[in-house]
Design a protein around this ligand. Structure first.
Ligand SMILES: [Zn+2]
Length: 243
């Protein structure tokens, strides 16, 4: 494989093929009487379908409970995210001259809200990209007989990575991504988030719309903060572009 042949995102069609591989992997195991997959093909498919459709960081789907999925309004509440923090009232932050990221100057050591770290978690919301996806999720939850407070996807990142990589190899996907500290030659779950942003760009989405979907920080660019579309506008855009 040459670098020219490889790529760092996948299409919807390639994704469907990856999911088909989960089922084939499972069938082959049962034929050979090998131990069952620790996450079923359907569970894997649903997990990655939501990560892909919502452009999530895979870990972010471990925490929502069934009732965090508002399937009627196509919204998911994300209790634990990478960027979902706000400054605690007890703290003082300063923007350094060179860097973009604010740094903590001081916080109340025994603050009940933040325990002295100066920031508290803030939930984030994102959209489910289509009614079709919402209906699949609804049926899946119903079949699993989950309670409202159950977390549907309490998986280990390593196991998800392993199956996803295997399925990618079987699907013949040629991936190459250069990250800051390493090179990746296999299919990895984070690619779904990057692929969603590429798909949106290819469909003509404005940069601010893609940023909203990825839940990128709005604080960085003051101008962009005021131009940021709402979740409602994102829903309208998705209704127009996906079915
Ligand atoms: Zn505090």
């Amino acid at each position: 494989m040459t670098y020219q042949e490889s790529k760092n995102s996948i299409t919807e069609k390639e994704f469907d093929n990856v999911c088909r591989q989960f089922y084939i992997m499972d069938q082959e195991r049962s034929k050979q009487s090998v131990k069952q997959m620790s996450i079923s093909p359907l569970d894997l498919t649903m997990f990655f379908t939501i990560v892909f459709g919502c452009a999530l960081r895979p870990k972010e789907l471990f925490y929502p409970t069934v009732e965090d999925f508002d399937l009627k309004n196509l919204i998911i509440k994300l209790p634990v995210t990478k960027t979902g923090f706000k400054q605690c009232k007890c703290s003082i932050w300063k923007k350094p001259k060179d860097g973009k990221k604010k740094v903590l100057v001081s916080a109340k050591k025994n603050c009940e809200l933040c325990q002295g770290i100066g920031k508290i978690r803030k939930v984030q919301y994102t959209t489910i990209k289509s009614r079709t996806d919402a209906e699949r999720i609804r049926k899946y939850f119903e079949d699993r007989d989950l309670a409202p407070t159950d977390r549907p996807f309490p998986y280990y990142q390593q196991i998800l990575r392993k199956y996803f990589k295997q399925a990618g190899e079987r699907a013949g996907l040629k991936i190459f991504t250069a990250k800051e500290t390493r090179m990746i030659y296999n299919l990895y779950p984070y690619i779904l988030r990057e692929s969603r942003s590429k798909i949106m760009e290819d469909l003509g989405a404005k940069e601010s719309m893609v940023k909203l979907k990825l839940r990128h920080s709005r604080a960085g660019n003051l101008l962009l903060r005021y131009q940021m579309p709402s979740l409602g506008e994102l829903k309208a855009w998705e209704a127009e572009h996906y079915n």
